[in-house]
Design a protein. Structure first.
Lengths: 382, 247, 138
């Protein structure tokens, strides 16, 4: 029995000082209902993906379901750090596959900017092992910077390669009205920007943002009834890896991504070369380069070459992050995974406008939690 | 033998309380380095006495007020002994006067010798103590640093400053297993005292409840206690040795 | 002594491996080894995640190792702003395991992945509170 996507919604990512977390969730939910052309009462449950540490409101799924008028249907929160959105998708996918519910709304919701930047840095930095690492003042960019230094040492990846990723994603973000940053940047600007954690500079790092996105999933029967242009989830796979950088087997690859994508390709019956369009987790530019390799788009160590040759641009081998990626959209932690899926649906429906990959039939999302302890890979088809 | 195989520096160790401390240390098993500014004959006598007790003794010519002299002496003492365990800051001078007649020179000389001199030696010894996670610093102050004395605004200031410095340094070095304490003698039978007018000594005697002045050994014995393992949990403390002259 | 003295800040004062901090205070780096399946742990663990045993023995480490990677933090989290910029390194330890620590007194330009460094226990000196860490030195 297949699981399809019948409705999508996506709010503008950015600083949302004008809304509470539940008001934020309302926007894409309403959009998704209208997109699906269904009534609220047809939805059996809501699953919210979010990283709760940033909100003053405890247990946000409760207030969100209340605000959306979705009581007494089941609702709860799924959390996997930056992959919380995909965790919510997988949960909904599983329940529909298991026949427990027919139609489930998935909401990725995040307010981050109620905290100051050092507070956010401290909070996000505790995504490694706080017992042995955070006590030395590690930060989220710091971890990926350490991956970058090792990748540069082992494979000759250059700072230019990192900046090329930023340039590409900003170029595409300028075409995305929902992105935080909608302006292209030059390579020079990226390479000269302020150092955050050597070698990662300001433009190598995704920005904190508020935002929400929504997907409505349904079982095969309902999907065919609701829409003429269904997009199917042909694979949902996930894997974990040690949380601590001190217990990882490699510092230049995310084992959770390698394993999750392996399982996803198998489930969907496709190869990396079959992917027409992909959204990967570019929390930092090096993360996108590592993703090319982990997902099998490029050989191990050749991620720098891949971006240099333009293979991840529209027209390349596998276009990556043509919605601007986290780099340009911003990274409202819980919303990102759902935002990626929304883009895949748009692409497969042919509704991506200037960003459209012509004839896209198979899409992939790669959503990583924290510094690689979780990875969710979803494959979408027509 | 409370200080067996320990190595000590005693500043101003050629005469008075300093000499008594140096000799008592040697009796308790320690090697001792002293400095002298001008009393070279007396310094040599002290060294002879130390050696007669079977310990190593060295006399350095050094002015405690001179920062570099202090660094050099500590470095050389460590080289000679192999290690430094105890620092007794004792060297001090007086330049008495009522405050309105006290010259700038009188003020500066006393503050520099008595207070900065102690800093100079503590600064030089601190790294050794920290690295070996062991040290004893005893700063000789005075009850006049606690109660103030007529005609000794400079001396009292320096001795009061020593007490505050003792506590601050105790806080900094405690985590490295270094004890830092002060001993505050009252009027003591020394050369410095012998120069004073008779009625001053009588007045001091009357202030004590024990009816006698401190001997230099009275002070030295308390310094030995603070330098020994018996006092390993005492730090940041000021012990008066004044026969009740000041309570 | 409790674990709370370990690190510039400490988030896990309650732990089964408290002994690590006691040993660090005495200038020793200690890891654990599972007596049942011989898996070694640095940083130390009281439970074996491989065979589920809790029968561990403590072993001293030399602190020697090779630099696996590093970075210099310019944008610091709360509690570390006074140190910026600071360099952190990950050391692959000679006896097995890894640790993360500040690099002490080596300019970033001189750091090379693969170079030999030593993790050395250190009391944080210029603060009043007693805090112990380890740092990477040549």
């Amino acid at each position: 029995m297949k699981v399809g996507i019948v409705g999508i919604g996506h709010g503008r990512f950015g600083r949302r000082d004008d809304v509470t977390v539940q008001e934020l969730a309302f926007e894409p939910f309403k959009e998704a209902l209208e997109d699906a052309e269904i009534q609220k009462r047809e939805i059996d449950a809501t699953v919210i993906g979010s990283s709760p540490e940033y909100h003053k409101q405890r247990s946000i799924s409760g207030v969100i379901a209340e605000y959306l008028g979705m009581n007494p249907q089941p609702t709860w929160l799924t959390e996997a750090a930056c992959a919380s959105g995909s965790a919510a998708i997988r949960t909904a996918f599983g329940m529909i596959k298991g026949g427990i519910h027919d139609v489930v709304a998935v909401l990725g919701v995040q307010k981050m900017l109620e905290l100051s930047t050092p507070e956010i840095l401290a909070l996000m930095g505790r995504v490694g092992d706080v017992q042995w690492e955070s006590i030395f003042g590690t930060t989220f960019p710091g971890y990926y910077a350490m991956y970058a230094n090792r990748h540069m040492h082992d494979y000759g990846t250059k700072p230019e390669h990192l900046s090329m990723v930023a340039v590409k994603n900003h170029e595409y973000g300028a075409l995305n009205p929902k992105a935080l940053f909608q302006k292209a940047i030059t390579l020079e600007k990226a390479m000269k920007s302020e150092m955050v954690a050597y070698p990662l500079r300001l433009y190598d790092c995704c920005a904190n943002a508020d935002g929400a996105a929504c997907l409505i999933l349904a079982n095969e029967e309902k999907t065919k009834k609701i829409t003429d242009t269904p997009v199917w989830i042909s694979a949902s796979a996930t894997a974990s890896a040690p949380m601590s950088i001190l217990r990882r087997e490699t510092l230049t690859s995310l084992p959770s991504a390698v394993e999750a994508s392996r399982q996803a390709y198998k489930m969907a019956g496709v190869e990396p070369t079959d992917i027409d369009v992909a959204d990967v987790h570019d929390c930092f530019t090096i993360a996108e380069i590592m993703a090319y390799e982990d997902l099998g788009f490029a050989e191990k160590g050749k991620g720098g070459k891949y971006i240099e040759e333009g293979q991840s641009k529209i027209g390349g081998k596998v276009p990556v992050n043509v919605d601007g990626g986290l780099k340009s959209k911003g990274h409202p932690v819980g919303a990102t995974g759902v935002s990626m899926a929304v883009e895949m649906v748009k692409q497969l429906r042919g509704e991506a406008g200037k960003r459209q990959i012509n004839g896209a039939e198979i899409g992939l999302t790669h959503n990583v939690g924290g510094i690689g302890q979780y990875c969710f890979v979803h494959i979408f088809g027509r | 033998m409370e200080l067996a195989n320990r190595n000590a520096i005693v500043t101003g160790g050629s005469i008075g309380i300093g000499a008594a401390i140096a000799i008592q240390f040697a009796k308790e098993g320690a090697n001792v380095a002293i400095n002298y500014r001008k009393h070279d004959t007396e310094a040599k006598e002290v060294v002879k006495h130390i050696e007669a007790l079977g310990r190593k003794g060295i006399a350095f010519k050094a002015d405690v007020a001179n920062f570099n002299d202090a660094q050099t002496m500590v470095r050389d003492a460590v080289k000679a002994f192999g290690r430094l365990d105890i620092l007794v800051n004792n060297a001090g001078i007086t330049r008495d006067s009522v405050v309105w007649k006290m010259t700038e020179q009188m003020w500066d000389d006393v503050i520099t010798t008595n207070l900065k001199g102690y800093f100079n030696y503590i600064h030089a010894a601190a790294d050794h103590f920290k690295n070996q996670k062991y040290g004893k610093i005893i700063n000789i102050t005075s009850i006049n640093g606690l109660r103030g004395k007529f005609g000794q605004s400079n001396y009292s200031a320096s001795k009061g400053g020593i007490i505050a410095m003792t506590k601050a340094v105790a806080r900094e070095l405690g985590k490295f297993n270094v004890n830092v304490n002060a001993v505050a003698p009252g009027m003591t039978e020394t050369e410095m005292a012998a120069d004073l007018p008779r009625e001053w000594l009588d007045k001091a005697l009357a202030e004590t409840v024990m009816g006698r002045l401190a001997s230099t050994e009275d002070v030295a014995n308390v310094v030995v206690f603070l330098a020994s393992e018996k006092a390993r949990h005492v730090t940041g403390e000021v012990i008066n040795v004044s026969g009740g002259q000041y309570m | 002594m409790t674990f709370k003295i370990f690190g510039k800040v400490n988030f896990t004062p309650y732990t089964k491996v408290e002994k690590f901090a006691d040993a660090l205070r005495e200038d020793k780096l200690m890891g654990t080894r599972c007596k049942e399946c011989e898996e070694i742990y640095f940083p130390p663990r009281a439970d074996c995640s491989k065979c589920m045993s809790s029968d561990m023995e403590w072993r001293e480490y030399s602190g020697k190792g090779k630099l696996a990677t590093f970075t210099t933090i310019h944008a610091a989290p709360t509690g570390f702003e006074d140190m910026v910029p600071y360099t952190i390194g990950v050391l692959d330890l000679k006896e097995g395991g890894r640790l993360l620590a500040w690099v002490d007194n080596i300019p970033q330009e001189e750091l090379k992945i693969g170079m030999e460094l030593k993790a050395v226990p250190q009391i944080m000196e210029e603060i009043e509170e007693l805090r112990v860490v380890y740092v990477l030195r040549k």
